[in-house]
Design a protein around this ligand. Structure first.
Ligand code: ARG
Ligand code: ZN
Length: 880
């Protein structure tokens, strides 16, 4: 069945109070749920039935106002329990008690209550609560929860749920119990419980109004030393949300629990966040800069949800971006404030361009607010999250930082405790700023990446410079025609020296004071004329990536090199370098296809050298600037993806740069070595990233001396960033050191799951020809388990989505492998299977032979009996 946004109706009944009683047992947990039910005044149906959702539940008993219900009074279906007494109508308000039995140990889907190692934990977003008990499992039903947990003292010494611990005790020698009361109103998807042998690190935080909040991070004993960074990050996030949004934490305790088996990154359950271990645990010896950075932002993301998601939640799941787009935007700004803003922007735009633009151009394209779904889990996407964040970012570009704060103040004040829609958010922005965002709403409802075609016209006589801008948006499934978007385009003009001009638009009287201006584009075609321009300038368009669009300018190499050298906007300077590299790559790909010799232009090498040696540039930005576009992003720029050509040409370019600038790479590599103990600071991260970039290029010379350097770094580094950088580079060369390093690494780290995941991923991502055989062998290794999502992502996911030359092997072996894995995973964990299958969805982009091979696997998957709707939705849409 397909669910449509347009079918939304308010629930017939509300639940004011939920009392849950859990008798915990790994294979047979009994749940007694008491619900205080009341008619919803918003719903005008007369005498409606009470509809409860349920999935994989064993119903033990049902009582209404204390009276057992007999079978004529309810209807029990596959996924619904409908209470509709035939004799008398349901009362206006009543109590319903439901008893169910569930089996956490058999729950391999990791939704609802499941076991992870020795602990029991939950994941309820989006629709997991219905796998625990019968309930109107929809976010517009908000209730107060009391939870009593009873369990074995030795197996489950720690018993946690949302809110405050109010009472605890022992039932007998072997069992104990704890009662938690959450004073806040919440939807069922924010419910959580955890039971297990856990230790915790504790701290306190004093809020801006002076209240003390206890902070606890619960982990298994062996991870006790990996909590410091998450704790620091949490306190930073709490302070930042007070300072930036005026938002304070509301409960007396905030808990985070690390679990090893988790489908996603983390979950913002009220007062009891549950995290994938890989997104919270870190020590310098075991985690990379990238991990530290990620953890800081995910801890903040989940914390920020306390306001944007929990106190103000979503009316229905079509509104998912209301909380996710906004919260990603909040965590992006947080990271930008705490680290380097430009580097953060580049990272975020890279994600958007490589993954979201690709999604927009494929069969799974959907608007930031989808209007239909089969399985909501499939819509936790880069579009809803990351494009959703860009849409919020654009609102800020339009109303300014202060106006944006006024808008969020109004939004939080007006909707605290409510389940609302994206319109409610946008209306608060409009009313707080006296603007009209009606056209802007199209960003939420139309899918696809808009294209801006920009032509310039310089009039020497009149000293005017005009930008002629044409916008369009390609069709996407179900949406052939698109109406024009409201696009904020930040623009600057560079004079011949590369300095920014003061900008004055025609018709304005006051002299221009700004060097960057945000043009508001609303029409399909629109022109903007700047006056007082006495030389032909070079326009810097979309500064700071002011809108998630593709900008086509037709700039030649020289203009791009000029912007790459001079643009005052750090993001656009980087972007010009990427565009320059891309143009060259695309021309070389043509040469390669015509079997012509490949030659790399001197101007490009020169531009690289100048950037590498520029002492005034931030090292992290140099590293970003000198990284070539990924194979995937290059592929997206090609008419038909030529897997081998892209691989060979990119490799050629790296190798040429390696030889041409060998002395420079060496010099910068040496100059940036350090014996300092590890520190997670912008400066130190920048130094390491530049140094490792140099090492990467040096290895492309394939000289023994360089391999020796890498081995040295691998074995002597005092932190995982440098160790892993060296190892992942070495893994790409068929040299004896490769085997040795991988072996040593495993011997040293086999006890540490987070590190073992890295070890698997590095091998799965190797460009060496026999990688698939190796991956298959690793699936038999003790380090691998098909039931653990992190291991699946590391080994199978990395191979299928991060190793194009091997996954797209011409014989179809990679596709066949993917088909095998999806079929196996579909029965175990549909969410993970559905993610994997997406690697086949863009089959139309490849040559005919590969198209046929990919389609064959999609058809084979669709042939499986009892295929999950998660996988069915993706596979069937891919073939449409
Ligand atoms: N709300 C969580 C977050 O973004 C993600 C939960 C995703 N769950 C799922 N079943 N897809 O922080
Ligand atoms: Zn989120």
């Amino acid at each position: 069945g397909v669910v449509y946004l347009s079918d939304y109706t308010p629930p017939a009944y509300l639940i004011d109070q939920v009392d849950l009683h859990f008798d915990l047992d790994a294979s047979a947990t009994q749940v007694r749920t008491s619900l205080k039910v009341r008619r919803n005044p918003q719903n005008s149906q007369s005498n409606p039935a009470l509809e409860l959702d349920g999935d994989n539940l064993e119903l033990l008993s049902l009582r209404l106002e204390g009276e057992p219900l007999d079978q004529s009074q309810y209807e029990l279906g596959e996924d619904k329990l409908i209470i509709a007494p035939t004799e008398s109508p349901l009362p206006e308000a009543f109590e319903l008690i439901v008893e169910t039995r569930i089996n956490p140990a058999a729950n391999t889907a990791l939704e609802g209550l499941y076991d992870s190692g020795s602990m029991l934990c939950t994941q309820c977003e989006a629709q997991g609560f219905r796998r625990i008990t019968y309930f109107p499992d929809r976010p517009d039903v908000m209730s107060r929860y009391t939870v009593t947990l009873v369990g074995d003292k030795s197996k489950y010494p720690v018993l946690l749920s949302n809110g405050n611990l109010v009472e605890a005790g022992e039932t007998d020698d072997s069992r104990h119990w704890a009662r938690w009361v959450d004073p806040s109103l919440k939807p069922s998807y924010l419910f959580a419980l955890v039971a297990g042998q856990l230790v915790c690190q504790e701290d306190v935080y004093t809020t801006m109004s002076g209240r003390e909040v206890v902070l606890r991070i619960y982990v298994e004993e062996e991870n006790r030393h990996k909590c410091d960074h998450a704790m620091t990050s949490l306190k930073q996030a709490m302070r930042w949300d007070e300072e930036t949004y005026g938002r304070e934490y509301d409960l007396d305790i905030y808990m985070i629990v690390a679990v090893n088996d988790f489908n996603m990154g983390a979950m913002e359950n009220k007062g009891l966040n549950i995290f994938n271990s890989s997104c919270v645990l870190a020590s310098p010896e075991t985690a990379t800069d990238h991990d530290f950075y990620n953890i800081q932002s995910i801890v903040a993301h989940e914390y920020f949800h306390n306001w944007s998601g929990n106190r103000v939640t979503c009316r229905d799941w079509f509104q998912l971006s209301l909380k996710e787009g906004f919260t990603v935007f909040r965590d992006q700004e947080f990271s930008a404030d705490l680290n380097s803003r430009a580097v953060k922007r580049i990272d975020d735009v890279n994600i958007l361009r490589t993954h979201q633009f690709a999604q927009d151009a494929g069969p799974m394209a959907h608007p930031v607010r989808p209007d239909r779904y089969m399985e909501i889990s499939n819509f936790y996407t880069v579009t809803v999250y990351n494009k959703g964040a860009e849409v919020v970012h654009m609102i800020m570009n339009l109303v300014g930082r202060e106006g944006f704060r006024k808008g969020t103040d109004l939004y939080f004040a007006r909707h605290d405790g409510q389940a609302v829609t994206i319109e409610d958010f946008v209306r608060a922005m409009e009313e707080a700023n006296h603007i009209d965002l009606a056209q802007f709403m199209r960003w939420y409802n139309q899918a696809g990446t808009p294209v801006l075609k920009v032509d310039e016209e310089y009039d020497e006589q009149a000293q005017t410079y005009t930008l002629h801008i044409e916008q369009s948006c390609p069709p996407t499934p179900g949406q052939t025609e698109k109406a024009p978007f409201h696009i904020p385009l930040a623009v600057g003009l560079l004079d011949m020296q590369g300095d920014d001009l003061l900008l004055q638009l025609a018709g304005e009287n006051a002299p221009g004071e700004a060097r960057t201006r945000v043009l508001s584009i609303t029409e399909a075609r629109q022109s903007f004329t700047f006056t007082g321009v006495n030389h032909r300038p070079v326009a810097s368009l979309g500064r700071g990536f002011s809108a998630p669009v593709k900008i086509q300018t037709g700039y030649d190499d020289e203009q791009l090199a000029f912007l790459f050298a001079h643009d005052s906007d750090e993001f656009n300077r980087w972007d010009a370098g990427q565009k320059l590299a891309m143009n060259i790559l695309l021309r070389l790909i043509e040469q390669f296809q015509q079997k012509k010799p490949l030659i790399l232009d001197d101007t490009f090498i020169h531009a690289f050298r100048k950037t590498l040696l520029n002492p005034r540039l931030d090292k992290a930005l140099i590293a970003q600037a000198l990284s070539l576009p990924s194979e995937g992003y290059i592929a997206d720029q090609c008419e038909v993806v030529d897997v081998e050509a892209i691989f060979e040409v990119r490799h050629f370019m790296r190798q040429t740069l390696a030889f041409e600038l060998k002395d420079e790479w060496l010099q910068i590599y040496e100059a940036n070595s350090s014996d300092n103990p590890y520190a997670f600071s912008a400066e130190e991260m920048a130094r390491r990233s530049l140094r490792n970039l140099c090492l990467g290029y040096l290895l492309e010379t394939e000289e023994q001396a360089m391999f020796d350097r890498a081995m040295q770094q691998f074995s002597r580094a005092n932190n995982m960033t440098d160790t892993l950088a060296a190892l992942s580079m070495l893994a790409n060369y068929a040299i004896p050191e490769r085997h040795q390093a991988l072996e040593d690494f495993y011997q040293k780290w086999q006890h540490d799951q987070q590190v073992v995941e890295k070890w698997l991923a590095i091998q799965a991502g190797s460009r060496l020809p026999r990688t698939l055989r190796h991956v298959k062998k690793l699936m038999q290794h003790e380090a691998f388990s098909i039931k653990n999502p992190n291991k699946v992502r590391a080994l199978i996911g990395r191979f299928c989505a991060g190793n194009p030359i091997n996954f797209h092997a011409a014989d179809g072996s990679g596709y066949q492998f993917l088909g095998d894995q999806v079929l196996e995973l579909d029965s175990l964990n549909p969410q993970i299977a559905a993610r994997l299958v997406q690697s086949l969805s863009r089959w139309k982009r490849y040559d005919e032979k590969r198209q046929g091979l990919m389609k064959q696997q999609l058809e084979r998957i669709l042939d499986k009996e009892e295929l999950s709707k998660d996988v069915y939705e993706i596979a069937s849409k891919s073939l449409e």
